[in-house]
Design a protein around this ligand. Structure first.
Ligand code: FMN
Length: 181
């Protein structure tokens, strides 16, 4: 059992994981990137199928091009690195893969945060998905939807979610039966 102080530190650290979309230009240290990918590799998945591969993009021209594709990925342009999640794309396992993809994304964000590296999920939509596969040489049958922008947070970066905050716990939680607060 960790000491009370350590426990509270850990919980606060988890609670403080926020989306960062503006970055300093500094590159990510290789050991940090490798550790992030190692944590990603150990993410749990339905039936332990591990239906994923990762394309790490550091090339500035490619990050720029990806950032302009259809979706909400503009922040890739300023990222020190992007990770494009390449999911197996099995149509029979769409729901499981979507869940796995969410877990994977969160782990990558947490591992980055352990290094003080900020991150944002970015979703490619429509033609953006097809075009990303073409640009990165990914087989067309794969599912490419989620990108992660990574980098040290820019000075004064204030995530919009901090301003908007979260719903209070008492509105979200029911004890033993729905409706019992
Ligand atoms: C499934 C999912 C998809 C998201 N897609 C995008 C996106 O396409 N572009 C983006 O900038 N942020 C995206 N986000 C980040 C959310 O906007 C962000 O997590 C939310 O506003 C809460 O902010 P926080 O992460 O700072 O707490 C996505 C998050 C999730 C969980």
């Amino acid at each position: 059992m960790p000491s009370e102080e350590r426990l509270q530190d850990r919980l606060a650290w988890l609670r403080r994981l926020r989306t960062v979309r503006r970055f300093r230009p500094d590159p990510l240290p290789e050991p940090a990137l490798r550790d992030i990918l190692e944590v990603a590799r150990w993410t749990g998945s339905a039936k332990n199928l591990q239906p994923w591969e990762f394309v790490v993009v550091r090339d500035r021209t490619m990050l720029e091009r990806l950032s302009q594709l259809d979706g909400f990925v503009w922040h890739l342009a300023g990222a020190a690195a992007g990770i494009v999640l390449v999911m197996a794309g099995d149509p029979q396992r769409r729901a499981q893969e979507t869940f796995d993809e969410g877990r994977l994304s969160e782990r990558i964000q947490l591992a980055a945060w352990a290094y003080g590296i900020g991150s944002s999920i970015g979703w490619l939509v429509g033609d953006g998905q097809t075009e990303a596969k073409r640009l990165l040489g990914i087989p067309p049958e794969r599912l490419v939807r989620t990108t992660l922008s990574l980098g040290y947070p820019a000075a004064g970066e204030q995530p919009t979610s901090v301003i908007r905050g979260r719903k209070p716990l008492h509105e979200l939680t029911h004890y033993e039966r729905y409706g019992q607060r």
